[in-house]
Write a new protein. Structure first.
Length: 694
């Protein structure tokens, strides 16, 4: 029997409850539309609970904050002290059942370790889980105990849960070093209950600039939003002369420096542009001081100056003491840490086994979040190498880090290794797992030039022309895909569509039987994902080209889990209109039916008849596509491009694309106005396409 609720609880403090809860929510939201989050006990009604806030905001849960918790801790203590335990449990059950009846699944996070007192014991978690009829997940932190003690805790806690009539779902052992991990792996080899081991990732426990600002009340002097996620690996106090102090700075340090120490400040600025020194991640001025106006003017004129500068009221000693007490928090804006945490979770957990145990009733609903999570998981399960030629663009570097941390794909960056490393470290990023390839590498250049020359000499290409072409980063990267050094390429953040597609047409070429390279957008509406083609490449395709676009788009839709029901759009429906434009669509529809008789297709058809069942009943009552179309083929680029943008802006739809189709290997184009998340999604899609081609 599949379950409809889970109860996550941890006995130790800082065991990683939110981390595990987030990993489970990712799995749930990939499969289910309506998921609720519930905490039976919170600390105060006056202060919003951090975990509830995080889950509601990150996962856009359709519920009110007040419905996401049971009672305040003071109320719980009073009820237990007055021997009204049963009444308390009954009240919690009523709140929980209300959610269970309304939502597909309820994910509960248990009582916080800091709430446990002589009045409220850990056993209350088990009692609540039992009365909710929720399977439980217990989390054990291995941070402060031995592997033997961890193993004993696993046995004790699971025996305790069974004794109290609770249904065990899984046990997570968190914060394991390599030695403990190996030891427990041996001990648990034949253990029958699901147990997952998660290694300690030090960065997850390190504070960020955002944590510093919140933790000690620091005020921004110079700060960009993107720098709030910078991780602080260490704190240094600038108490020496500049020539001696520079010997002590380390990568990602936060430096406490009095604002009147212009010599130290200038020295630290110099390290940011020197290959011989580490990259610090910020400066903080004690005594609420400001740097000298000339120093401020100097910093303001540095275009690539990226590190944050903060100030506090306290003196140097108190500032250092306060910083030592700042706790690392997982925030909705902590995209870098979230990517790292999810990469760890997904690589450590048997997601397929978990999905089989969870109630996932078949649903026609597909939200943007569900679609995006499915992309990441599909790509992760068949990891491919994607080359990104535009390594000089900050958005590309930030997206590459997220992809690597979430283990969606392996990344190849094109450029000089020292320059790329200098750039990503200056931005506070970690791209050490990326492969960096220099396009001037003689080994590659010689092979690529010869291959390209042999391919196109019959068309008049000279050897010098081949050398000039391969010197272009898009040609170089496309050749990497062609020769198998990479599985796919994503470009276009700083290059035009033509500059991205032209090398692909000359090198990768089209799939046999397809003469047209076209594109689609995945249009993620509130409860469904539609496919629009072609909105980016072909200006005015004839009937034959339009038929090929339709067939390619249907195949793309099917390969991403969308049942293709193709609407060939026109200004008229059925036989109601005449003219060259509608005749083109009618002929294209005939050609598709001739080539693919099993494909559900309707055309010509107007957009309203394609999407609205009531309109469809009037205009095409016997159609299997009208009112239910999932793939929309526009008659020309003008119509397609304007329509996708109109739908995107007027309905808050998320448009993912353009995704190129018809090529032998995946090459995808970005908009030059793309955001980091657009790049991440496109890389994931390219990786999936590469997996399908393999």
């Amino acid at each position: 029997m599949k379950i409809k609720s889970l109860y996550v609880c941890a006995q130790e403090k800082n065991a990683g409850s939110l981390f595990v809860t987030m990993g489970m929510m990712e799995i749930l939201k990939r499969n289910l539309h309506r998921v609720a989050f519930f905490r039976p006990i919170i600390s105060s009604k006056d202060i919003r609970d951090g975990d509830i806030n995080f889950m509601l905001e990150r996962y856009n849960l359709d519920m009110e904050y007040e419905d996401a918790y049971g009672f305040d801790i003071e109320y719980v203590e009073d009820m237990i002290a007055s021997k009204r335990d049963h009444e308390l449990i009954d009240q919690l059950i009523i709140k929980f059942k209300k959610l269970e009846n309304k939502y597909d699944f309820v994910l509960c996070e248990g009582i916080r370790r800091s709430f446990l007192t002589s009045t409220i014991s850990y056993d209350l978690n088990m009692k609540i889980a039992q009365n909710f009829s929720a399977s439980y997940i217990n989390i054990i932190s291995a941070k402060e105990i031995t592997a033997k003690e961890v193993y004993e805790n696993i046995l004790i806690q699971n025996e305790n849960g069974t004794a109290q009539g609770c249904k065990h779902f899984a046990t997570f052992i968190n914060r394991l070093d390599d030695k403990k991990y190996k030891s427990l792996e041996k001990k648990l080899k034949n253990y029958e209950l699901n147990t997952y081991l998660l290694k300690e990732v030090k960065e997850l426990d390190m504070p960020t600039i955002a944590d510093v600002i919140e933790g000690i009340g620091a005020k921004p002097v110079l700060l960009k939003n993107r720098d709030l996620t910078r991780v602080i690996r260490g704190v240094k106090v600038a108490a020496l002369t500049v020539d001696n102090f520079l010997d002590h700075i380390e990568e990602d340090d936060l430096i406490i420096v009095p604002a009147d120490r212009s010599d130290i400040i200038l020295g630290l600025l110099g390290t940011l542009y020197s290959k011989n020194y580490p990259n610090i991640n910020g400066m903080i001025f004690p005594f609420d001081m400001r740097a000298h106006p000339n120093i401020q003017k100097l910093i303001g004129g540095l275009e690539s100056f990226t590190i944050p500068v903060l100030s506090v009221d306290t003196d140097t000693y108190v500032t250092a003491r306060d910083l030592s007490k700042v706790n690392a928090r997982l925030r909705v804006t902590s995209q870098r840490k979230i990517a790292l945490a999810l990469g760890l979770f997904n690589s450590s957990v048997d997601i397929e086994a978990i999905e089989k145990k969870i109630s996932t009733n078949a649903s026609t609903v597909m939200t943007p979040m569900m679609f995006e999570y499915k992309l990441f998981e599909t790509a992760r399960l068949n990891k491919k190498k994607i080359v990104l030629p535009e390594s000089g663009d900050e958005r590309i570097l930030r997206a590459a880090e997220i992809i690597l941390r979430r283990e969606v794909a392996d990344i190849i960056l094109i450029g000089k290794k020292e320059e790329i490393k200098e750039n990503y470290l200056r931005l506070g990023l970690d791209l050490s797992r990326a492969t960096i390839v220099d396009k001037d590498n003689p080994k590659f250049v010689k092979e690529f030039v010869k291959t390209f020359y042999d391919m196109r000499k019959a068309k008049g290409l000279t050897l010098q022309g081949a050398e000039d072409a391969i010197n272009n980063v898009n040609y170089f990267s496309t050749m990497m895909v062609h020769l198998g050094y990479a599985d796919g390429m994503v470009s276009g953040a700083i290059h035009s569509t033509g500059e991205t597609i032209r090398p692909a047409l000359q090198i990768i070429k089209t799939v046999p039987g397809v003469s047209v390279v076209s594109s689609v957008f995945f249009m993620c509406l509130k409860t469904k994902v539609l496919v629009y083609g072609d909105c980016a490449v072909n200006q005015d395709p004839d009937a034959k080209a339009l038929s090929e676009i339709a067939i390619s788009s249907a195949k793309t839709a099917a390969s991403f889990g969308i049942e293709p029901k193709v609407a060939m759009l026109s200004y008229s429906t059925g036989d109601s209109g005449t003219g060259a434009d509608v005749d083109k669509v009618r002929e294209a529809t005939r050609l598709v039916r001739e080539k693919n008789p099993e494909l559900l297709i309707e055309g010509p058809i107007q957009y309203d008849a394609a999407v609205n069942k009531n309109v469809a009943k009037t205009k095409l009552p016997n159609s299997k596509v009208a009112g239910e179309a999932t793939v929309f083929i526009f008659p020309d680029l003008n119509t397609g491009n304007n329509t996708y943008k109109a739908v995107q802006r007027s309905s808050d739809a998320i448009a993912i694309g353009p995704i190129l189709q018809g090529l032998n290997k995946p090459i995808n184009d970005l908009s030059r106005g793309c955001l980091v998340e657009d790049i991440v999604n496109t890389v994931a899609i390219t990786a999936i396409q590469a997996g399908q081609k393999a």
